[in-house]
Design a protein around this ligand. Structure first.
Ligand code: V47
Length: 366
């Protein structure tokens, strides 16, 4: 293998990894530009197996988007509607939102993942009550809710500091933050695709604060649109630098750009080869983040299975009722049962492990 890695220009990176040295920007660029995708995958798989052997995590969760009304104008988004009353705009009543959990009383769910649009008119109490109501229905459910972009928006809309917002949400039942809203940290990219929402520093500052307050979080990267390889590696390095400080990130999640029904629909979707490479490079660059997650809704099921040999050790969860990707053209199913996820992991040659949000083992399906 080493002769092959050297011939493919990956000898230096392999040697650094053997010596336990950190990869830097140039190494990341080499990993993106070396033609030998299998060489990159082999290196990433080695790191994955050192940490997790063949174990592949998933959880039993639901996704809830309580409103798609959003004042931001991200070019990649097919989900948002600017105004209440616009065609396709919706905002759930609290009863409707709680009903999503109540209706699944028979399911052994462990997590509710909430992502919303930035709604200009909802009262602050709506969000606090949303969380309190979920906990009333199921006191032990984990609430992974609101991206850092939503937290920044709440602070401005309701005239609070980020810390007040996070503390009040935590008092109402918030347990962790999801990783959405990161997109690509580079200023050049954000100016073009999402100029009117929290910038990279604010996103990272809110995650830093969440970690200091004792809440873990995830970090994402939306790839496959206008970003360069250098901007991808820079994104990973900024996440790694915060992780060096706080150790609060549980997972890094590359999110494959879906080009339907949005203002970037002329761009092609990322290829499967690119998707495998992004996940592999993430595993190699983010040496301090425990888990690399492939969001199967975004990558497609078959590519997610293959990614389990390219650095990925987590497939998110059962999901249910996802809208952001399906409105942007994702052809994946809207949900899977725990049995279905376990089966597809096993069929990819890996060992399924149902986890809770903190990666405690719930079960090892036979
Ligand atoms: O921030 C929106 C992305 C994100 C499109 O933390 C799009 O466990 C591709 O962050 N094509 C929200 N991506 C989803 C998210 C997430 C998903 C799974 C797990 C976790 C976690 C977080 O969806 C947004 C944005 O980056 N997105 N539109 C699109 N057309």
């Amino acid at each position: 293998m080493y002769a092959r890695l050297r011939a493919g220009g990956l000898g230096e990176v392999a040697a650094k990894l053997d010596e336990g040295m950190r990869l830097e920007l140039d190494d990341g660029l080499r990993l993106f530009e070396a033609p030998d995708l299998l060489g990159v995958g082999w290196l990433a798989n080695r790191e994955r197996e050192k940490r997790h052997r063949g174990d592949t995590f998933f959880n039993h969760n639901i996704r809830l988007e309580a409103t798609n009304v959003c004042v931001a104008s991200c070019l990649f988004c097919a989900f948002a509607r600017l105004q209440p009353g616009d065609d396709g705009a919706y905002t759930m009543s609290l009863e409707q939102a709680w009903g999503k959990l109540r209706d699944r009383a028979g399911q052994a769910l462990t997590e509710v993942h909430v992502v919303n649009g930035l709604h200009p008119d909802l009262p602050w109490d709506y969000y606090l009550e949303l969380l309190r109501g979920f906990k009333r229905i199921r006191p032990d459910i984990h609430l992974k809710c609101f991206t850092a972009v939503e937290i920044a928006f709440f602070s401005e809309l309701y005239g609070k500091t980020d810390e007040q917002v996070l503390r009040e949400l935590m008092d109402a039942g918030l347990d962790s933050l999801p990783g959405g809203g990161a997109e690509v940290f580079a200023e050049r990219v954000r100016r073009k695709i999402c100029h009117d929402k929290a910038d990279a520093d604010r996103y990272l500052a809110i995650h830093r604060l969440a970690h200091r307050l004792g809440m873990p979080s995830n970090v994402t990267m939306l790839y496959g649109h206008i970003e360069t390889h250098e901007e991808r590696v820079d994104h990973m390095l900024r996440a790694r630098a915060l992780q060096d400080e706080t150790e609060g990130f549980q997972a890094f999640i590359p999110l494959a750009f879906h080009p339907d029904n949005n203002r970037m629909e002329k761009l092609p979707a990322p290829t499967a080869a690119d998707t495998l490479r992004v996940h592999a490079v993430a595993r190699l660059m983010l040496d301090n983040v425990p888990h690399i997650k492939a969001f199967w809704i975004a990558t497609g099921v078959e590519v997610a299975q293959t990614s389990l040999w390219f650095g990925v050790d987590d497939l998110d969860g059962t999901v249910q009722e996802e809208r952001i990707y399906h409105m942007a053209g994702a052809p994946t199913p809207e949900a899977m049962t725990p049995d279905e996820i376990a089966r597809l992991i096993r069929r990819a040659g890996r060992a399924p492990v149902e986890r809770d949000t903190f990666y405690n083992v719930v079960s090892r399906p036979a």
